[in-house]
Design a protein around this ligand. Structure first.
Ligand SMILES: Cc1cc2nc3c(=O)[nH]c(=O)nc-3n(C[C@H](O)[C@H](O)[C@H](O)COP(=O)(O)OP(=O)(O)OC[C@H]3O[C@@H](n4cnc5c(N)ncnc54)[C@H](O)[C@@H]3O)c2cc1C
Length: 476
């Protein structure tokens, strides 16, 4: 046993597995990472200013150029392209625009067939763009496994499969033996095998590839250029940055939860929730054989505090999720990306799930911020008489949906009436979170109740049942 910083005893094997883990996100810690682009040191005028260069901002800029190559587009990024959630995620690129079918059915039942159609089209167009621009990000339409680790998680599984099939998905219900033929873990008791609706991607390389495609299309990108304020003028908006400014006819905020400092109203609907992930060293052929991962190479479990896991092209395993941490007051600090207590918990869970991988080391362990809203899928809005549009709240399923979000932002700033802008998903907002300090109290209470539900066969206590009734949720 070794003692962790929190004073708990860690099994020596778990401590050893993390001893050499770099705190960098694996996807961004690559030899082919691009050189940073210079910060803005001038006063510019442009047609469209995009604030933030995660997937939302990059897709907005690229699609703006695809729609109208003559439009001038400037992207302002506080740090570097893809440094936040877009370069830190699991790389599950889902067709779902609603954080999964169950959440979509609950919140937008009438609209879900259309949302699923638009989501599938969006996923296909992501693949087409990656191919067109020759982006080497290992994009593969894999499907995914949804696995149960306890009997209670199998309740309603047939109904879930039927609902998915009715929406056009190819899904198979598997018992314990069936699921362990897809992936050899003693903890699995059943699950669903989807062969549609999900791709796996290397998110860092996707962000860098979109950056290159934007630059090739004539987009001007400035890194290390935080926008510090936005002020309206008669003809547009002025965005101030440390060494310059941009006067723009239109602007979009592609800043997720960070946008709350530029437009306060965003902060009512979205909170920063930290999510953490580990990456193993490449598995040997013998370890891979023991793992027996024959099915779709991406999976998530069905508990409330869920793990997600996948293989990479060089046969590492990414293992993330479970702890979804809200720091009181909604604080955002860089140092919270490093959380040894959570890393140790994740590593211990990993070796329970895959005892045949005993002795494997983790090379990377990191955290990132999920922009969580109470309905778990993106919401949209406008400000300054429609000259600015924003999106936030993807809640852990934004790798694919951000491209759809970008299309909506462009529709909105050009005041277009489209199939997208008429959606209830686009026109409605989530239930806001209460202000602090009540917010922190409510969220911590909810997290504790969710953990108890997982320990007690999924039974939701009175608090969770009340939240279910009013449609308020907490997830990652
Ligand atoms: C650990 C983790 C795992 C996840 N796993 C998955 C997954 O497997 N599948 C999935 O679909 N989703 C996943 N997600 C969620 C997904 O990553 C996000 O939904 C998506 O990347 C959001 O993209 P974005 O561009 O909206 O936000 P971000 O990527 O957060 O980009 C916002 C950008 O704005 C910049 N910015 C902020 N303030 C300013 C300012 N004032 N001026 C200029 N720039 C500014 C930031 O630096 C940042 O680059 C995960 C997230 C995390 C953290």
């Amino acid at each position: 046993m070794a003692r962790s910083r929190s004073g708990h005893q860690l099994p020596a094997a778990v401590a050893k597995s993390l001893a050499n883990a770099s705190p960098q996100p694996f996807w961004l810690d690559q030899p082919d990472a691009p050189e940073p682009l210079p910060a803005l040191a001038a006063h510019l005028t442009t047609s469209l200013a995009v604030v933030g260069a995660g997937f939302t901002g990059l897709w907005t800029a690229l699609l703006a150029k695809e729609r109208d190559p003559s439009r001038d587009v400037v992207v302002l990024e506080a740090r570097t392209v893809g440094n936040a959630a877009s370069g830190r995620n699991g790389g599950f690129c889902s067709a779902s625009l609603t954080h999964g079918i169950a959440n979509g059915l609950e919140r937008f039942p009438a609209e879900l067939p259309l949302l699923e159609k638009l989501g599938e089209q969006n996923l296909n167009e992501i693949g087409a763009t990656i191919a067109k621009h020759d982006i080497d990000c290992d994009f593969q339409l894999t499907g995914e496994l949804s696995v149960a680790t306890a009997g209670w998680q199998l309740e309603g599984i047939e109904e879930e499969a039927a609902a998915a099939r009715a929406l056009g998905h190819d899904v198979e219900v598997l018992d314990g033996e069936g699921i362990r033929r897809e992936l050899n873990s003693p903890t699995l008791v059943g699950g669903l095998k989807f062969t549609t609706g999900n791709a796996l991607v290397e998110p860092g390389r996707l962000a860098w590839g979109l950056r290159r495609a934007c630059l090739d299309a004539g987009v001007r990108i400035y890194e290390h250029t935080p926008v510090t304020s936005i002020t309206p003028s008669r003809t547009g908006l002025t965005l101030s940055t440390p060494y310059g400014s941009v006067r723009a006819g239109r602007a979009v905020l592609a800043t997720g939860v960070f946008g709350r400092t530029l437009l306060r109203r965003i902060g009512a609907y979205v909170i920063p929730v930290w999510d953490y992930a580990l990456m193993t060293e490449p598995l040997s052929d013998a370890q891979l054989a023991a793992l027996g991962w024959n099915g779709p190479r991406g999976a998530g479990d069905m508990s409330n505090q869920f793990h997600y896991f996948r293989l990479t092209r060089d046969n590492r395993m990414l293992w993330g999720g479970y702890d979804a941490v809200y720091y009181n007051g909604g604080r955002i600090r860089d140092e919270d990306a490093y959380s040894p207590a959570t890393f140790a918990k994740l590593a211990a869970h990993f070796f329970t799930a895959f005892p045949q991988l005993a002795g494997v080391s983790f090379t990377h362990a990191w955290g990132g911020i999920i922009d969580t809203c109470s309905r778990f899928c993106a919401f949209f809005g406008s400000a300054y008489g429609g000259r600015l549009a924003y999106v936030a709240g993807y809640t852990g399923l934004g790798v694919g949906a951000t491209r759809f979000g970008a299309q909506v932002l462009l529709d909105k700033i050009d005041n277009l009436d489209t199939e997208r802008t008429r959606l209830a998903l686009v026109r409605s907002k989530p239930i806001p979170f209460p202000p602090e300090p009540v917010r922190s109290g409510v969220i911590q209470l909810t997290r504790a109740s969710i953990a108890r539900a997982d320990e007690h066969e999924g039974r939701r206590d009175a608090w969770l049942r009340l939240l279910d009734r009013v449609g308020l949720g907490f997830d990652s």
